[in-house]
Design a protein around this ligand. Structure first.
Ligand code: GDP
Ligand code: MG
Length: 305
């Protein structure tokens, strides 16, 4: 397949085509995965999360350039819930990320809403396409917890949480769960006032936890802290390798179970309409001669016989 050669060469058109496949076309996606799977799983995935407007896209743009200078070959996937609706966010991000694209970084927005599991599946497989194409690390931009279907810390080997002194709710956000997931915390927009207070607050909340995460100040505007951030990432890419292997084993197990359960669900769903026991208990339920739990249990039991 020419597509595979072109992917190996890192050709942009081929990568775009392959990612579209895994996003939209289950059949093609299956064929592709069969061919590339052996050559995947070797890149570190860096999740960059934080509230909208924290400066994630701007940071990733600069950081990708810095990572490139350090001898790595980064790619970016942006999981943005707003991009799906208007397309505006993609355009904005393209502009903000143009510098890194020019330097050879591959950047792509992918849909963040869809059927349950669909986003994780297309993200997982888009990552595989990028791994096959030789990119490492793969940076994933995603807005804060709960706002997309994807829990970024489950997918990422390194999780970076971005705050800035602009958003009054930062401290609330820190308290509300982002404290547990970060390997690195960035206080971005350090050119603005309130930076030191926020830095101290972040350190107080999470700095003395057992995980001992790194806390850094960055400013995209003043181009400060970015190189240090990139160097920290590169070091972490090496130190997380073993843990990644372990995590990948667990992820593969979860993925396999998910696929099996999905297959079974689809199959059973198709069978129910013509199933006699189903019809029998549905009638009983509709005439109040059974209740939903009882009917459900009876039908399930008969199906699993
Ligand atoms: N003052 C200042 N503004 C920044 C900095 N980084 C990003 N911004 C601005 O913050 C806004 C949101 O940035 P964006 O990268 O889109 O944030 P995202 O929603 O987290 O991806 C844009 O107007 C950026 O120009 C920074 O370090 N300092
Ligand atoms: Mg963004």
């Amino acid at each position: 397949m020419d597509l595979l050669d072109d992917l190996k060469k890192g050709k942009r058109g081929a990568i775009a085509k392959a990612i579209s496949m895994v996003e939209n076309d289950q059949k093609e996606s299956k064929k592709l995965l069969k061919k590339i799977f052996k050559d995947t799983g070797n890149s570190i995935v860096i999740g960059i999360t934080g509230p909208a407007g924290a400066g994630k896209s701007s940071l990733i743009n600069k950081t990708a350039v810095a990572l490139k200078k350090l001898g790595t070959k980064p790619a970016v996937l942006a999981v943005d819930p707003t991009s799906h609706v208007t397309g505006g966010a993609i355009l904005g991000d393209r502009v903000r990320m143009s510098e890194s694209t020019d330097s050879g970084t591959y950047i792509r927005s992918i849909a963040s809403r869809g059927a349950t599991g669909a986003v994780s599946r297309s993200l997982r497989n888009s990552i595989r396409v990028l791994e096959y194409s030789g990119f490492n690390p793969i940076l994933i931009e995603s807005v804060g917890a709960g706002q997309t279907e994807v829990e970024i810390s489950n997918i990422a080997d390194i999780t970076v949480v971005v705050f800035n002194p602009n958003t009054g709710d930062s401290i609330q956000t820190i308290k509300a769960g982002l404290t547990e997931i970060g390997d690195i915390y960035l206080v971005n927009k350090s050119d603005l006032t309130g930076t030191n207070q926020l830095y101290d607050a972040v350190r107080d909340f999470i700095g003395d936890s057992e995980r001992n995460p790194t806390i850094l100040k960055t400013s995209v505007k003043k181009n400060s802290g970015i190189t240090e951030f990139a160097k920290t990432l590169k070091k972490m890419m090496a130190s997380k390798k073993e843990l990644k292997k372990e995590k990948d084993q667990e992820r593969l197990e979860a993925e396999l179970k998910e696929i099996i359960l999905n297959n079974i669900k689809e199959k059973i769903d198709g069978m129910l309409d013509s199933d006699k026991i189903f019809s029998k208990y549905l009638k009983k339920l509709q005439t109040k001669n059974s209740d939903p739990f009882e009917a459900g249990d009876k039908i399930t039991k008969s199906l699993l016989k």
